[in-house]
Ligand binder design. Structure first.
Ligand code: NAD
Ligand code: DAU
Length: 349
């Protein structure tokens, strides 16, 4: 039986990746390694937690001794590394936490893999899950390709860029069999409501202001999270050793248009008069160092691995809203406690 350690499996994207692998590959032992920070939530995996090929291990990737102990116990053939501090606004408040988890944590995992594989790399794979933010910001035209220059601006993207460099360095220096993916903005069920879409869904439900940074003309390229999980599966199994693949849906939206669309769909689903929720839109102080535009050229993964997203934005957004409407207890639970403090600090309210 093959064994794969998936880090960050209790988080937003990680939980979808774990589910995809556990269900699709009953002959793989999937070990979900997660520290359960504010963003980790085992409730995201309730439907699969009893399956025999799934196991959860609580551990912090900044703790090398513990990571080595786990690697020696499970002897993974593969690592899919998603654990990270992932929110740009938090990285502006506390950059050091991002260096610890995203840089030091990644190097610890690389060292653990290098030690247990000990030069025997046949059938082994270290898949590092990264972001399009490492490329910095686009102007009004152009797309990020795999050859775009790294030019991160936020402490978050700088820490992810640094981790990407370490992953490549371990391939070039020690021969570690690695593959990288750089994906655009994800959305879907289990998305923590500090991020734009779930935050607005939560605030529309509670009649609270929808905070739009700056003039709202910032552009992101949105991909349904399950399509990201499918792409990870494909690259993990078929991606070229040492290679990297951009993942995106050719689906750009300015923030203000996206939030208006969300308001429209929410009003329809909640049976509220048209334009009710739109009135909650409030322009607030911009994010420092805010990147103007991200957009992925996903030609390589399509050409080499035959990947295409399966869910249109219209379908994905509708499924996402439906999930939050049917899971308001999940939303209530994750927005109690620490979330209230964070919200006050970030939005003064
Ligand atoms: P998330 O914040 O929802 O989840 C992160 C998970 O990592 C949580 O379960 C958390 O408990 C765990 N974690 C954090 N610090 C840890 C530590 N020190 N040790 C062990 N576990 C720890 O993040 P996400 O949005 O699901 O992102 C997952 C990965 O995908 C990240 O590497 C992120 O950079 C990348 N990514 C995210 C997006 C996006 O739109 N969300 C897009 C592209 C790439
Ligand atoms: O591009 C991939 C990245 O997408 C991932 O690597 C990150 O982990 C993920 O958090 C996401 O980063 P963004 O900064 O793009 O996502 P966020 O949801 O925080 O913001 C999306 C856009 O909305 C961005 O232009 C900032 C804006 N925004 C965000 C919030 C939270 C607002 O206008 N108001 C808000 O309250």
């Amino acid at each position: 039986m093959k064994s794969i350690i998936i880090t960050g499996g209790a988080g937003f994207i990680g939980s979808h990746v774990v589910r995809e692998f556990v269900n699709k590959y009953p002959n793989y032992q999937i070990v979900n390694l997660d520290a359960l920070t504010y963003a980790g939530n085992l409730e995201n995996l309730k439907d699969i937690e009893e399956l025999p090929n799934y196991k959860f291990v609580k551990a912090d990737i900044t703790d090398l001794d513990k990571i080595l102990e786990i690697f020696k116990a499970y002897l993974p053939d593969g690592v899919i590394h998603l654990a990270a501090e992932s929110h740009v606004d938090r990285s502006i408040k506390n950059p050091a936490a991002f260096v610890m988890t995203n840089v030091v944590g990644t190097v610890n995992l690389l060292n653990a893999a290098k030690e247990i594989w000990n030069g025997h790399f046949d059938g082994k794979r270290f898949h590092h899950v990264s972001t399009d933010e490492v490329y910095g910001s686009l102007g009004e035209v152009g797309l990020f390709t795999e050859n775009s220059r790294y030019e991160p601006h936020s402490p978050y993207s700088a820490s992810k860029a640094s981790s990407d460099h370490f992953v490549r360095a371990y391939h070039d220096t020690f021969g570690l069999p690695v593959v990288l993916t750089n994906c655009s903005n994800n959305y879907g069920p289990h998305h923590f409501p500090e991020k734009l879409i779930p935050l607005c869904i939560h605030n529309i439900l509670h009649g609270k202001p929808l905070p739009i940074y700056g003039d709202g003309k910032f552009t992101r390229d949105w991909l349904f999270v399950i399509d990201h999980a499918r792409a990870i599966d494909l690259v993990y199994h078929k991606g070229k050793n040492g290679g990297s693949y951009n993942i995106g849906g050719f689906n750009e939206w300015q923030n203000i248009d996206l939030v208006r669309e969300l308001c429209k769909q929410m009003d329809e689903k909640l049976g509220r008069p048209a334009h009710t929720s739109e009135q909650l839109i409030t322009f607030v102080k911009d994010r420092p160092g805010h990147d103007l535009r991200y957009a992925i050229d996903a030609t390589k993964i399509h050409r080499e691995l035959g990947y295409s997203p399966t869910v249109t934005f219209e379908q994905g957004l509708s499924k996402t809203i439906d999930w939050y409407l049917s899971n308001q207890e999940w939303l209530n639970r994750v927005t109690s406690g620490d979330y209230q403090q964070y919200y006050k600090m970030q939005y003064n309210g």
